[in-house]
Design a protein around this ligand. Structure first.
Ligand SMILES: CC(=O)SCCNC(=O)CCNC(=O)[C@H](O)C(C)(C)COP(=O)(O)OP(=O)(O)OC[C@H]1O[C@@H](n2cnc3c(N)ncnc32)[C@H](O)[C@@H]1OP(=O)(O)O
Length: 417
């Protein structure tokens, strides 16, 4: 277990320390996180169901006296990177500081402890979903995969005649949904850069809480020629009122995964076929999901927002760069600066034949958070250079680097954590 690190001073010389939590401190740190995120303290029943999703391992808390005042949590899993490999990753699933102890360096001290732990354990990458985009750049995380929010109009939306219509969709009972979806998600596989494996600890708190017998979400599964190959988890939000008695419900899609385009089309067809519905909403969908062009009038699938979804931090830059593949182009030399995990600072030659540290002069210079933005293929080198995030030392290298890092499929995570 890593040793406690001194955290800093609070107010009038009140010190805090940052250390891993013990089993006895699980519930109080979860309550702390929930209060920081403006949700109620966990009830005894909910704790009994989802305590397994809040193990003591990989959690660092800041303590003032005996009391926790901040918590950072993560779980280990795997993430798909460009080229298709699944790479070990730390998924940061909880960050919070007590409201009366913010802006005094508590998060900074906890992040330093957590990143040090990731590095000591040899993890190449860390990822998170940010509550606010201004928080994590300073800790080396970059906005690595965007997601779009869609609103599809019912009953106006009609599918184009060429959109595949194969297989069958069936509703699951809550009990079936709890039992069947983990294996189905695994069978669908990590087919896009940014998708993560969902470990056992993920399912109780995140999935069962929404679809279990006491919860209100509905689940439908698609079966194609080879069996079950897609699912959707959604909520129904009633909109009918005295003023608008004919208003249909809105279907709010929480989770939609499919092994291929036919299953995806069938699940969208199903959602748009449900009666007494005036619209289907879905947040954090892949930016290249082609729903609009599956319709006869693509204005009926409006993109309401495109937002940051997954943030990625290269923890071991050489291992991270070496884990993904690159398209055919001449190599480039990147000068990477990392102010927290300083061993990463250095020059890296990146090309289709591999990645190595080098003493050669760099073509492009960037901070480690910008490398995080580049890594999954969401942003082009040209765009990041135009934004001033990449310093261009050799203009000819920009086109080569764009070719090397480009991916055909937009990155997407698709998992809440
Ligand atoms: C992965 C996830 O779980 S996302 C959920 C994150 N949690 C939340 O949003 C819950 C509510 N917020 C909080 O609990 C806290 O405000 C936190 C965790 C966001 C920040 O904790 P703090 O202890 O206040 O951060 P800390 O004092 O170390 O701040 C470090 C720097 O980040 C800046 N910063 C911290 N939070 C924010 C913020 N929300 N917006 C803008 N800047 C911020 C600070 O001003 C400081 O800047 P400086 O170094 O230039 O002085």
């Amino acid at each position: 277990m890593p040793a406690p690190v001194p955290g800093g001073k609070i107010g009038r010389m009140t010190a805090f320390e940052v250390r891993p939590i013990t089993d006895d401190e699980r519930r109080s740190t979860l309550d702390l996180l929930r209060r920081a995120l403006h949700t109620r303290r966990i009830t005894d029943d909910a704790w009994a169901r989802s305590a397994v999703s809040w193990p003591a391992e990989h959690k660092f808390a800041a303590f003032e006296g005996g009391d926790p005042i901040g918590i950072v949590s993560s779980f280990d899993t795997e993430i798909a990177v460009p080229g298709g490999r699944a790479v070990p990753v730390a998924a940061v699933d909880g960050v919070g500081v007590r409201a009366d102890r913010t802006r005094r360096g508590v998060l900074s001290a906890m992040m330093a402890a957590q990143l040090g732990d990731f590095a000591a354990r040899g993890l190449p990458l860390a990822v998170l979903h940010a509550s606010e985009p201004t928080i994590y750049g300073r800790f080396g995380y970059g906005s690595a995969a965007l997601g779009k929010t869609l609103r599809v109009a019912r009953p106006a939306a009609r599918f184009h005649e060429r959109v595949p219509a194969v297989g069958d969709v069936r509703m699951l009972t809550p009990e079936e949904a709890v039992k069947e979806l983990p294996a189905l998600y695994e069978r669908i596989g990590l087919h896009r850069p940014g998708m993560i494996a969902r470990p056992d600890v993920w399912w109780p708190a995140t999935h069962e809480r929404h679809v279990g017998p006491d919860a209100g979400y509905l689940v439908a599964v698609h079966s194609g020629p080879d069996g079950d190959d897609g699912f959707v988890v959604y909520d129904t939000i009633g909109r009918r009122s005295l003023d608008s008695p004919d208003e249909g419900a809105v279907l709010d899609v929480r989770d939609l995964h499919a092994a291929g385009p036919a299953a995806r089309a069938a699940l969208w067809r199903f959602l748009l076929s449900v009666d007494l519905v005036s619209g289907v909403h879905a947040r954090h969908r892949p930016v290249d999901e082609p729903l609009a062009v599956m319709l006869t009038d693509h204005r009926h699938a409006a993109t309401l927002a495109v937002e940051d979804d997954l943030w990625l931090r290269p923890v071991d830059v050489e291992a991270a760069l070496g884990a993904r593949s690159y398209r055919a182009a001449g190599p480039v030399v990147l000068a990477v600066t990392d102010r927290t995990l300083t061993a990463n600072t250095g020059h890296y030659e990146v090309g289709p034949d591999g990645v190595r540290r080098t003493s050669a002069a760099p073509d492009l210079a960037l901070d480690v958070d910008t490398l995080g933005m580049l890594y999954l293929g969401q942003w082009s080198v040209t765009a990041l250079a135009h934004a001033g995030r990449i310093e261009v030392r050799d203009e000819a290298a920009v086109a080569r680097a764009d070719e090397l890092f480009t991916t055909v499929t937009a990155p997407w995570c698709g998992t809440h954590f």
